[in-house]
Design a protein around this ligand. Sequence first.
Ligand SMILES: [Zn+2]
Ligand SMILES: [Zn+2]
Length: 321
Amino acid sequence: MMTEVYPNIFKNEIPLPKNPLRAINSYIILSESRNLIIDTGFNTPECQAELMSGLEKLNVDLNKTDLFITHMHADHSGLAPVLKKFGVPTIYFSQVDGELLNQTSQRDTFYISLNRILGFEDDNSASFGKEFGTRQTKPLEFTPLSEGNQLVLGDYCLEVVDIPGHTPGHIGLYERNHKLFFCGDHILDEITPNITFWGFEQDILATYFTSLKKVYEYEIDYLFTAHRKILKDHQKRIIEIQNHHDIRLKEILNILQDGRKTPGKIAASMHWDLSHKSWDDFPHPQKWFASGEALSHLEHLVYIGLVDRIEEGRTFTYGLK
Ligand SMILES: [Zn+2]
Ligand SMILES: [Zn+2]
C-alpha cells in the first residue's frame, strides 16, 4: 500500500508474509531530477511485485532513481540486485554493512560458531539464509556513505547519520529543515529492534545505547521507521526502548542467581512477547533471534563487570561474578 506521508515522500508498505514483522516500510522520495528509494523488502516474488507496483503507480523512472539501504538485513537489502538490474544506477550503503552483506562465506562460519555458543546444533545454521529471504549470489556493488555525507533531492537535504547497534553499520538519514529522520530499524514502534550478538570483541548493546542517546538529541517531527507506525514522539519511544533493555538486563541477573547457564538456557528462561506457549514451541528463527538477543545482553553484563563467561570444551556458560 502506497501513501504520501509528507510532500513528495511516499511510504510503500510491503507485506512480509509469515514474518512477525508483518511488513516493511519502503520509502520513496521524488524530485524533479532524481528520486531515492529507502530499503526494499525481501528478495521474494511477493515483495518484488509490491515494490514494483508501488514504483509504477508513481511513474518512477528507475534510471533516475538511487537506492539507500539503511542496513544489511535481507528485508531491507534483498531486492537491491533486482533494482540494479532494472536500471537503478547507485546503491548507497554503509561500508561496514555492505561488507557484512558481501562476506557470505564468513557469515556462514560466524553463524555456525554462534550456534555452538548458543548451544544449538550446528546444522541449524544451514537453513538460516533460506529462512531470512535469500542470500546474495554475487557481491553487491555499492557506493559507501558515512556520517555527514549529503543526498540532495529537490527541497530535501538528507544527511547520513551513523546509528550502529541493530547492525554494526546501520545508517539513517536526517533532514534538518523539515525535521525528518529515516531510521530503518534503529527505533520502532510497538516492537523493540532486535539487538543481537556480532562477536566477543564488541559490546554491541552499549553501542546501541549510544546511538539511541544520539538520536534522542535530534529535533524530529516525523521518525520514518522501517516497520510498523511512523513515530512523532521519538524521545518517548527511546526512553521506552532503553527501559525495555534495562529490564532485560535485570531479568538475566535474576536468572543467573541459581548458577551458571548456557546462553540458550538463559534465553529459554526469559520472557518473550510471542504467541507461543513455551520455548520448545518457538519456531527456529524466533529461537535464534531470542538467543542472539540474550547473548548481546550477557556480553554487555560481561563488559560492565557483573557477569563472567567461561568456555569449557565446546560449551560456553555465563555466571554472576
Ligand atoms: Zn533489521
Ligand atoms: Zn527490518
